[in-house]
Ligand binder design. Structure first.
Ligand code: ME8
Length: 517
């Protein structure tokens, strides 16, 4: 069974060695906005997130906490689930690598690779970073550390290897045939030159610890955590049953959304594993940039670790979601500051969009007997504003396909600005005495434009958009993008009393201007 209009999007599955922070929220919110956008656009969507629970790093953290790795994983995995709920994440599934469905799939993948002669037993000696769960060549080290700054240790042990070196040409051919396979373009170039520089076989098992999936037929080894983790994208849709409805509908994935730190695993190792197992590589991997806090990497020890819960409690989830997707070009790095969140919240949301909606709806409530007003023909200005709003969806589709979330929001807010200029120029309050009919046409135009804006911002600020659509009496079944083509506000529809949907943020005195985190 194949469904034409389907879309499979994933986030990384997060390590359970530590609690969720702003960086995890970032990727998850971006994937959610895209999943919601595609659903509203009529696609059958599968949106997957989850937790990566095996490996040395988790084993070590569990030991430090004095509990078993499973108990530790249960606890932290629950906090990632809670983060998803907190941020209104609409994932269809949440996979944990300690689940039987996943273990079964990974074992099957291993056996398939072995059956095809892609795995052999050898001896590994080299550098390993537990923090990165990655192997490094001598030449990659900088001042005795991994290029990421993580500590490395010398490892010499019997390992299973994957014949990655056999896949160099096929990977290059895959990138060549699929220009969209890696985004953004600059990252694509990095990956291509990395592969062109030559690939070594990859160690895919470890023997020094036990918290992992045992290698079939040789349980002295556990599988390398990255082979285990990457397989989540297929285990969640039913692999090894490639004829299952989910697998046949959703594979290959349309998009793996990841941070730039883990692009190589997704754009080199993963497509090689898949092709070697006779499966199709993903359609696209997009690597976004890195948030720093006051110029530094977030970490508990630096005391600049930002938990999403604190941000949500301070600013609300819509504001946080909007800020994350609007502030940085998706793909670039950026620095987090509370001042920047407040500027976006009070500027774009409260002043620009919030006031527009509140002004228009309050005027309608007061002067049009709390009903959608009757338009009496449209002027050139009305038509121009309506056309700008109608043009949004076709403009947004390609931007969302390229994960240009910041441009999508900028495009929407251009229409918000145009609508604000229109209100000022039309001055409907002045028309109340001089030309009531014209006032009704202006207010109708505004209400209709606000309806369109509210429908289109649902993927980004779902709560506020929902409340706005309630205030326009738009029925739940009339909120998909199809309603942008098919329907208009109907004059005479009763409207409830309007209430602001984007409150201004006023810093509490004791919190100071830099906010409380
Ligand atoms: O790498 N800025 O898990 P992880 C932006 N388990 N994004 C950030 C960020 C920051 N400062 N910090 C983290 C793993 N992220 C593996 C993945 S997938 C098969 C296995 C986000 O918990 C970003 O998406 O270290 C990054 O790639 C991911 O969290 C790393 O999460």
């Amino acid at each position: 069974m194949t469904v034409e209009r389907r879309f499979f999007v994933t986030t990384p599955i997060y390590y359970v060695n530590d609690l969720p922070h702003l960086g995890h929220a970032y990727t998850t919110v971006a994937a959610d906005a895209l999943a919601r956008f595609m659903r509203l656009d009529g696609y059958r969507v599968k949106f997957l997130t989850g937790t990566d629970e095996h490996g040395q790093k988790v084993e070590t953290s569990a030991r430090a906490a004095g509990i078993s790795p499973q108990e530790f994983a249960d606890r932290i995995s629950a906090s990632f689930r809670a983060m998803a709920e907190l941020l209104a994440i609409s994932n269809d599934d949440f996979i944990r690598t300690t689940e039987p469905r996943h273990q079964r799939a990974v074992e099957a993948l291993w056996k398939e690779l072995e059956r095809r002669g892609e795995i052999y037993l050898g001896r590994f000696s080299g550098w390993y970073s537990v923090r990165d769960e990655a192997f490094y060549g001598e030449s990659e080290l900088m001042d005795g550390k991994a290029p990421t700054g993580a500590d490395v240790e010398w490892v010499e042990e019997e390992n299973y290897f994957f014949r990655l070196s056999n896949w160099q040409d096929k990977l290059l051919a895959y990138y060549d045939a699929n220009p969209e396979a890696i985004g953004p373009k600059s990252r694509r170039n990095e990956v291509v030159s990395f592969v062109k520089s030559g690939l070594n076989d990859l160690s895919i098992s470890r023997t020094g610890f036990s918290w992992g999936i045992p290698v079939p037929g040789n349980p002295r080894h556990v599988m390398y955590v990255w082979l285990d983790a990457l397989a989540n994208y297929v285990s969640a849709i039913g692999y090894p049953d490639t004829h299952s409805p989910d697998f046949s509908t959703f594979w290959p994935a349309d998009l793996h959304l990841v941070g730039k730190d883990i692009l190589r695993f997704h754009a080199v190792y993963w497509p090689a594993f898949l092709m070697a197992a006779g499966l199709q590589p993903p359609r696209r991997v997009f690597a976004h940039g890195w948030w720093t806090v006051e110029g530094q990497k977030m970490s508990k020890s630096l005391g600049n670790f930002i938990p999403p819960r604190r941000l949500e409690a301070t600013y609300g989830r819509d504001a946080l979601r909007y800020f994350l997707l609007r502030e940085l070009p998706f793909g670039s790095d950026g620095d987090f500051s509370h001042r920047a969140v407040v500027a976006r919240l009070n500027g774009d949301l409260a002043n620009d969009f919030g006031n527009l909606a509140q002004r228009a709806l309050a005027m309608i409530h007061r002067n049009c007997s709390a009903e959608v007003p009757q338009p009496h023909g449209f002027s050139e200005e009305d038509e121009a504003l309506l056309a700008a709003a109608r043009g949004l969806l076709p403009a947004l589709r390609p931007l969302m396909r390229e994960q240009a979330f910041h441009l999508a929001l900028e495009t929407i807010w251009r229409v918000v600005a145009e609508a604000n200029r229109y209100v000022d120029a039309m001055a409907p309050w002045a028309l109340l005495q001089s030309d009531r009919k014209r006032m009704e046409s202006v207010l109708y135009t505004l209400a209709e434009v606000i309806r369109r804006l509210a429908i289109i911002v649902q993927p980004f600020v779902p709560d506020a958009a929902g409340r706005l659509l309630d205030q326009l009496s738009v029925a739940p079944e009339a909120r998909a993008f199809a309603a942008l083509e098919e329907s208009f506000l109907v004059a005479g529809t009763p409207l409830p009393k309007p209430q602001g949907v984007f409150p201004r943020f006023v810093a509490k005195k004791e919190a100071g201007t830099e906010g409380p985190c």
